[in-house]
Every structure is written in C-alpha cells, then in structure tokens.
Design a protein around this ligand. Structure first.
Ligand code: SF4
Ligand code: SF4
Length: 56
C-alpha cells in the first residue's frame, strides 16, 4: 500500500526532498502522493512536522 497525505498537511514542503522515488506532488494547500510511484518507505512521515503522511 502507498502512503497517503492527510488533511493535516500544511504544505511546508519538508517531505518532498526525502522521497527516494519522487512520488510526492506539491500543491498550494496540501501535498499529495502518487500511489503508483510510492514504495511505502515511510521517509516522508519521518520528515513531516504534523504527521500528515500515513500508510494508506
Ligand atoms: Fe516517497 Fe517513501 Fe513517502 Fe512513499 S512512503 S511517498 S516512497 S517517502
Ligand atoms: Fe505536508 Fe507534512 Fe509534507 Fe509538510 S512534510 S508538505 S506538512 S505532508
């Protein structure tokens, strides 16, 4: 299962450079994860200040 980013996301951008497969997509209000690219590594969750990325 891919990770998903919950509504708590504040679009800070901390997660995007941590993803080894460039699965995170930037947005104005929230970021999202491309489920087809995500390898379920959890790096984004470790970088997030509000624990928005969770296992889907
Ligand atoms: Fe990228 Fe890993 Fe987060 Fe998936 S779980 S979006 S591969 S950092
Ligand atoms: Fe959103 Fe967390 Fe990523 Fe920041 S680190 S953009 S709050 S998911």
């Amino acid at each position: 299962m891919a990770y998903v980013i919950k509504d708590e996301c504040i679009a800070c951008g901390a997660c995007i450079e941590e993803c080894p497969v460039e699965a995170i997509v930037a947005g104005d209000d929230q970021y999202s994860i491309d489920a087809d690219k995500c390898i379920d590594c959890g790096a984004c969750a470790g970088a997030c200040p509000v624990d928005a990325p969770v296992e889907g």
